[in-house]
Design a protein around this ligand. Structure first.
Ligand code: HEM
Length: 525
């Protein structure tokens, strides 16, 4: 069948009962005794002939996706991508496939990976394809409905709230909290000297989101570690989600495995406890993200329950912390690996942000053209969601779709290969090189296709926190470059660092060991 099952439960029951039922049917009344070996043979023959027939159909010219090129193993089974996802390098494997086969590659029996930006725009924009089966399942099986898994009108209503929570006026309210945390980061870093800078930036972004989404309480910077294991829990959740996303219909039965089901429940309970604490203690200062998400101003017709507000606020922590921290860490790695860019960006920051200025001032950020180029170049080379999150889908119950002149039958999943698009020679000259100046008006580079730059995705479900993330990244880099001279720590092999990057839905990274020396004319934030 070209359609994957909706849930594994019915197929699983059928697979278990069909062989003995067949045996009973064939033996009929002649059966005198139960023969264990014969039952095993029947299972083996039944399951192998079923698997073989499915595989033969999938790789045959009769399959509706037969015209799309791709490796035989990917056409035959999703297990191969599951294996690649397990190693965290699936996005790199897909990039290689695109180099070999072109902009449309069959990466699963019913999945196409796309790098053609015309198609990607049509897929993600209004009226394009909805979020795929993975999002549906996490919404149904694992979490109360939160923005990331919401579909249709529910998504539109939630998005309205999120857009209000992250508009310029709201962001202005958040600034004192962010500045306070950035100042704390600088003083904590001064106590150390040589640090895993990625880890400290992670603690900064988690503390900021803890303050904004739940009124505080993470206190990672103060303690110098992830006290409540928030980051660990989130990464474990994302790692599992990333694997389940490869075969979404298996999610429900996986939830019945005691340990997994328990972990999901604990995850929910953790968010609920934080929400109860925020509802009781109030904000860490002024209006925060929770104020909007929980609709404390009573603007919406329907106020969310505590459970739903908790789920959405926890999405804020998940969506905003590791993504921003990974991008900032990558920016530092790229700048340390390109000393001339490091010098230039530091000079620019020094000339625009005077001592005592607010490094989070958006008006100042507009003058930092080269820093803006560095951040864009980081997002291009190291997108925090290398595969743009989960797949989109031509819905089973609807007719097939023509996208950029190609036909996609009902049930087709489509994966947007962001990493591959960003490094595509058709869209960017010297695509693998860190060239911040390509983003400057004076750039002479031949190929530069801004529409192929999609680190925050596109369309109605693009990143709700894009402006917030940019403001935070500009501010944190200004603070760090004003406060410290940075270099790779002695004995640390900077060149090897990209090898540590793994995709766990978002990108995760290994330690980036950096030695920090306070600058003489440091900035007071
Ligand atoms: C450099 C940092 C960031 C990057 C690269 C990034 C990227 C993305 C991408 C690619 C998506 C689409 C994911 C999908 O469809 O599954 C997304 C969704 C989202 N992001 Fe971000 N993000 C960043 C930071 C943030 C921040 C700081 C916030 C909040 C303060 C945030 C909130 C969200 C939300 C709520 C969604 C879901 C939007 C929806 O479904 O309508 N993100 N982000």
């Amino acid at each position: 069948n070209q359609h994957e099952p909706q849930s594994a439960i019915l197929p699983f029951i059928l697979l278990v009962i069909e062989p003995p039922a067949l045996m009973a049917l064939i033996d009929g009344a002649n059966s005198t005794s139960f023969n264990c070996l014969r039952l095993l043979y029947t299972y083996a023959i039944f399951l192998s002939s079923l698997s073989l027939s499915i595989i033969l159909y999938r790789i045959s010219p009769f399959h509706p996706l037969a015209q799309y090129p791709g490796p035989l193993i990917s056409k035959a089974t999703r297990l191969w991508d599951l294996w690649n996802a397990y190693g965290g390098r699936k996005y790199l494997y897909h990039s290689r496939l695109h180099e070999m086969y072109g902009p449309y590659v069959r990466t699963g029996p019913n999945e196409i990976s796309v790098t053609d930006i015309d198609a990607v725009t049509q897929i993600l924009r209004h009226g394009g394809l909805g979020k795929g089966r993975f999002y549906e399942r996490i919404g149904q099986d694992y979490t109360p409905p939160a923005i990331i898994s919401a579909l249709g009108e529910v998504h539109t209503a939630k998005r309205r709230v999120w857009d209000r929570a992250l508009n310029p006026t709201a962001m202005h309210d958040y600034e004192p909290l962010i500045v306070k945390r950035a100042t704390q980061l600088v003083s904590r870093l001064k106590e150390h000297g040589t640090v895993d800078i990625g880890c400290w930036i992670d603690m900064l972004t988690f503390d900021i989101m803890g303050d904004l989404a739940f009124g505080g309480g993470f206190e990672m910077l103060r303690e110098g570690r992830d006290v409540n294991g928030v980051g660990e829990r989130i990464r474990a959740f994302l790692t599992a989600g990333n694997l389940l996303a490869q075969i979404p219909w298996i999610m429900k039965p996986v939830g019945f495995i005691p340990h997994v089901g328990q972990a999901a429940k604990e995850f929910d309970k953790f968010a609920q406890d934080l929400a109860i604490q925020r509802a009781k203690n109030g904000a860490a200062g002024g209006k925060d993200l929770w104020y909007h998400i929980a609709d404390e101003a009573d603007v919406e017709q329907e106020k969310p329950t505590l459970q739903i507000a908790a789920a959405d606020s926890f999405v804020a922590v998940i969506a905003a912390s590791d993504t921003t921290a990974y991008t900032l860490t990558s920016a530092i790695w790229l700048l340390l690996s390109n000393p001339e860019c490091y010098q230039r960006v530091q000079q620019e920051i020094d000339s625009v942000i005077a001592n005592g200025d607010d490094p989070f001032d958006a008006n100042k950020h507009r003058e930092l053209h080269y820093l803006s180029g560095c951040i864009n170049e980081t997002l291009r080379l190291h997108p925090a969601l290398p595969s743009n999150g989960g797949t989109r889908q031509v819905r089973l119950e609807q007719p097939g779709r023509f996208i950029a002149g190609r036909y996609f039958p009902p049930g087709t999943s489509i994966s947007v290969a962001t990493h591959s698009i960003h490094r595509n020679l058709d869209y960017f000259s010297h695509p693998d090189r860190f060239l911040p100046e390509r983003w400057l008006a004076s750039s002479k580079l031949e190929k530069h296709e801004p529409s192929a730059f999609i680190p925050f995705s596109l369309g109605p479900a693009n990143c709700a926190g894009q402006k917030f993330a940019m403001r935070e990244m500009f501010g944190v880099l200004c603070v760090l470059f004003k406060s410290f001279e940075m270099k790779f720590a002695d004995g640390f092999d900077g060149e090897e660092w990209p090898e540590s990057i793994k995709e766990i839905y978002i990108a995760a990274r290994g330690p980036l060991m950096v030695t920090l020396t306070p600058r003489s004319h440091e900035n007071q934030v």
